[in-house]
Design a protein around this ligand. Structure first.
Ligand SMILES: *Cc1c(COP(=O)(O)O)cnc(C)c1O
Length: 386
C-alpha cells in the first residue's frame, strides 16, 4: 500500500484559508482584533474566565513561571514524561526542576510520589507543581489543588495535549482541562501537531484577574499604556515599563487560523475518540498495553494514542518499513543531557524509564482515514503476534 502515515498531522480547510486571506487584507497583522476574538472563543471553549494568546506553548509556560514569581532557589515539581518545555520554563527563571515518578496506569505524574516529596522536606521547600495532561489524559486537578493548598504551592496545568478533555470532580461535575477552577494557570500550544494549529501559537487560561493583567503586560515587554497604572503621564504617546517582559505576542494572522480551527475542535475530539476506540478494540486481549480513562473519571482528549509493547524498537522500525511513522513520547526529561548535569540519572524514576522503554505513539489525527487506520492496526498486530 502506498500510504505514508505520520503520527499526527494538521488539517487546513478552505474556510481556514479564506479567513487568513481576509486578515491579510485587513488593517492589522499583529495585535489586531483577531487576537481578542480568538482569546474570547478559546476561553469559552475551555470554560475559563480569561485567555491570553502568546507566541507558542513554551512562551506561555515561561510567562506563567514569570508571573508566579519563580526565582533562583525556587523548587518546582513536574513529570519526567512530558515535553522538555514543561521543565525548561522553571530553568528560564533560574529555578530548580524537581521530578517525581509517574503512575504507570495513567502515564501521569503520580500525586502520591509528589506528596511524599512534600512530606519529606522542610516546610517551604517547594513553590509549585506543573502537572501535565499527558497524551490528553486529564489530570485530577481537584486532588492536586488540595495538595497544593496544604503546602501553599501554586499550580500550572500543562494542558497542551488536552483541549476538550475533562475529569469528573468529587461532586460529579465535568471539569474541562484548562478551565482555571483548580489550577492557577493553564497553558496550551497550537503547534501543527496539536489539536488546534496556528503555525506557532500558544494560550494561557486563568480565572485569576490579577495574574491575567500581569500576563498581558509581560507578553509585551512589561509595558503598559493603561492610564490607571501609569506613575506619570506625559501625553498620548506615553507608556511605562514596569517589569522585564518579552515580545511573546501572537500575530493576527495566526490568531485567525487558530480561531477558524477552533470552530472544528469539538468535531476533532469526537473523531479522535472514535479512532482511539477502534484501536482499543483491536488491541484488547493482546500483549499490547493500552491506557484508557475510566468512563466515570473523565474524557481523554487523545492528542496521542500510546501503546506499550515488548519490542518497541522492533515495532517502530517495522512500521517505518511500511511507511507508518509512529513516534516515541517521551524520552524522560531527567535523562536529557542538559538535566543530567544537575545530578539526575538513570534509575531515578524507574516507572518513567520503563514506560519510555515500551511506549509508542500510533497515528492519531482527525483526518486519519478508516482505511489508513486498518492498515496501521494490521501491521501492529502482524508484528506483535509473530
Ligand atoms: C507542545 C508542547 C509544549 C510546547 O509548545 P510549543 O508551542 O511547541 O512551544 C509544552 N508542553 C507540552 C506537553 C507540549 O506537548
Amino acid at each position: 500500500m502506498a500510504f505514508k502515515i505520520p503520527y499526527g498531522r494538521q488539517h487546513i480547510s478552505d474556510e481556514d484559508i479564506a479567513a487568513v486571506v481576509d486578515t491579510l487584507k485587513a488593517d492589522f497583522l499583529t495585535q489586531g482584533p483577531r487576537i481578542g476574538e480568538f482569546e474570547q472563543a478559546f476561553a469559552q471553549y475551555v470554560g475559563a474566565k480569561y485567555a491570553i494568546a502568546v507566541a507558542n506553548g513554551t512562551a506561555a509556560l515561561h510567562l506563567c513561571t514569570l508571573a508566579l514569581g519563580v526565582k533562583p532557589g525556587h523548587k518546582v515539581i513536574t513529570s519526567p514524561i512530558t515535553f522538555a518545555a514543561s521543565a525548561n520554563c522553571i530553568k528560564y527563571c533560574g529555578g530548580d526542576v524537581i521530578f517525581a515518578d509517574i503512575d504507570p496506569e495513567t502515564g501521569l505524574l503520580d500525586i502520591h510520589q509528589v506528596r511524599e516529596l512534600l512530606n519529606n522536606a522542610p516546610e517551604g521547600t517547594y513553590q509549585g507543581i506543573i502537572p501535565v495532561d499527558f497524551a490528553g489524559y486529564p489530570v485530577d486537578l481537584e486532588a492536586y489543588r488540595e495538595l497544593a493548598n496544604e503546602y501553599n504551592l501554586w499550580l500550572i496545568e500543562d494542558a497542551c495535549h488536552a483541549p476538550g478533555g475533562y475529569f469528573i470532580d468529587s461532586n460529579g461535575q465535568q471539569q474541562l482541562c484548562g478551565n482555571g477552577v483548580f489550577a492557577d494557570l493553564a497553558i496550551f500550544s497550537f503547534h501543527p501537531v496539536k489539536h488546534i494549529a496556528s503555525g506557532e501559537g500558544g494560550m494561557i487560561t486563568t480565572n485569576d484577574q490579577k495574574l491575567y493583567k500581569k500576563l498581558l503586560q509581560l507578553r509585551t515587554h512589561g509595558i503598559t499604556k493603561n492610564p490607571d497604572l501609569l506613575q506619570e503621564n506625559h501625553g498620548g504617546w506615553y507608556y511605562e515599563m514596569h517589569d522585564l517582559g518579552y515580545n511573546y505576542r501572537l500575530t493576527d494572522i495566526q490568531a485567525t487560523l487558530g480561531n477558524s480551527q477552533l470552530k472544528r475542535a469539538t468535531e476533532g475530539i469526537t473523531r479522535r475518540q472514535a479512532i482511539a476506540k477502534k484501536y482499543d478494540n483491536a488491541f484488547r486481549n493482546t500483549s499490547i498495553k493500552i491506557i484508557q480513562v475510566p468512563e466515570n473519571q473523565g474524557a481523554h482528549a487523545y492528542h496521542l494514542y500510546v501503546i506499550q509493547v515488548n519490542d518497541r524498537k522492533g515495532l517502530y522500525n517495522y512500521l517505518r518499513e511500511h511507511q507508518i511513522f509512529a513516534q516515541v513520547h517521551y524520552i524522560p526529561v531527567h535523562l536529557l543531557p542538559f538535566y543530567q548535569q544537575f545530578g539526575w540519572k538513570k534509575g531515578d524514576f524507574p516507572l518513567a524509564e520503563k514506560y519510555y522503554a515500551h511506549c509508542l505513539s500510533l497515528p492519531m489525527f482527525p483526518t486519519l482515514t478508516s482505511e489508513e487506520q486498518d492498515f496501521v492496526i494490521e501491521k501492529v498486530l502482524e508484528f506483535c503476534q509473530q
